[in-house]
Design a protein around this ligand. Structure first.
Ligand code: HEC
Ligand code: HEC
Length: 260
């Protein structure tokens, strides 16, 4: 059943935490311990947190290493890659497993390696102080201006979730361009542009309703350059609130429903 589910979800078997051979498990503490050992041992080539490095690839570079299994990673971490710059660092097997868990977490979606945190408290931040529910919907509850987040943890990497909350995207994604339209009969509609054709637009208003407007009806249209998505949550929220929110978001997945 577990295998079937993995196949059905289309995830590489190596990414399904359930099939792991790691004797220490892949829990948040193991992942965090792996990050620590890594940062004490390997940054010289792969950079802090595996982000970069002039001398070696970024360890989260999923595209380059997409097909590497857990075993492949473990062997590389323990023994290096003969004939390349990648050395054996003389780690214990346990430390190699810790680092392996952490590297896999970099490449997997958040729900496969969800971080520690108070999930219930994070949910409160979502609907409360963070006001996320004004614009986002989870399982039918919440606003429509932003993307539905019901499967966020099942589809996005942890690093990308954190970035969504703290770093503006270079371009506003299609379908989320903010705009203000004034109609000839004097109405002002604020929201995001869903579709634009030569003679008409579809706009989702901040009243969560879809407005269909023909060019005859429109007096003026002003398009915004920055997304409605706030990206200062690392400042707006306390460190604990941010951690709990990310713990909650990482566990948003449609998988539980799929296995029923
Ligand atoms: C002296 C520089 C250097 C150090 C130190 C180093 N690496 Fe590497 N590593 C490399 C290079 C170069 C590659 C790319 C090798 C290739 O494929 O050509 C690499 C590749 C890798 C890969 C890719 C293989 C895969 O299957 O994903 C992993 C994982 C890795 N290193 C982990 C580590 C870890 C963990 C440490 C610390 C214990 C470490 N490296 C220390 C240079 C280094
Ligand atoms: C004022 C409306 C608004 C609020 C409030 C808001 N968002 Fe967003 N969010 C958006 C819009 C619009 C997008 C899509 C455009 C973009 O990515 O910049 C978005 C994108 C995102 C994404 C990326 C999703 C993807 O599929 O790429 C995440 C994750 C996210 N928001 C989470 C949150 C969380 C968590 C909160 C509360 C802490 C929040 N948002 C608050 C409007 C909002």
């Amino acid at each position: 059943m577990r295998l079937l589910l993995c196949a059905w979800l289309g995830c590489a078997v190596s990414l399904c935490a359930a099939d792991s051979k790691n004797p220490l498990g892949n829990g948040p503490q193991v992942v965090e311990a792996g990050r620590t050992v890594y940062n004490q041992t390997c940054t010289v080539c792969h950079g802090v947190d595996g982000d970069a490095g002039d001398r070696a690839p970024a360890l989260g570079a999923a595209r380059r290493y997409a097909h590497n299994t857990e075993e492949d990673i473990f062997n590389v971490v323990l023994n290096g890659i003969p004939g390349t710059q990648m050395p054996s660092m003389g780690l214990s097997e346990e430390d190699a497993w810790r680092i392996t868990a952490w590297i896999r977490s970099l490449r997997a979606v958040a729900a496969d390696f969800p971080p520690d945190g108070d999930v219930a408290a994070g949910e409160k931040v979502f609907w409360g102080k963070g006001e996320c529910g004004r614009c986002h919907r989870i399982n039918g509850r919440g606003g429509l201006l932003g993307p539905d987040l019901s499967n966020l943890g099942g589809g996005m990497r942890l690093s990308a979730i954190r970035e969504s909350l703290t770093v503006p995207k270079p371009h506003v994604p299609l379908g989320f361009r903010p705009a203000t339209v004034v109609t000839k009969d004097g109405r002002t509609i604020r929201g995001v542009l869903k579709n634009e054709h030569n003679f008409s637009i579809q706009m989702l208003g901040d009243d969560d309703r879809l407005h269909l407007l023909t060019s005859d009806e429109i007096a003026s249209i002003e398009r915004g350059e920055t997304s409605l998505m706030p990206t200062d949550y690392d400042k707006r929220l306390s460190e604990t609130e941010f951690r709990d929110l990310v713990a909650f978001l990482s566990r948003l997945t449609k998988r539980a429903a799929a296995s029923e």
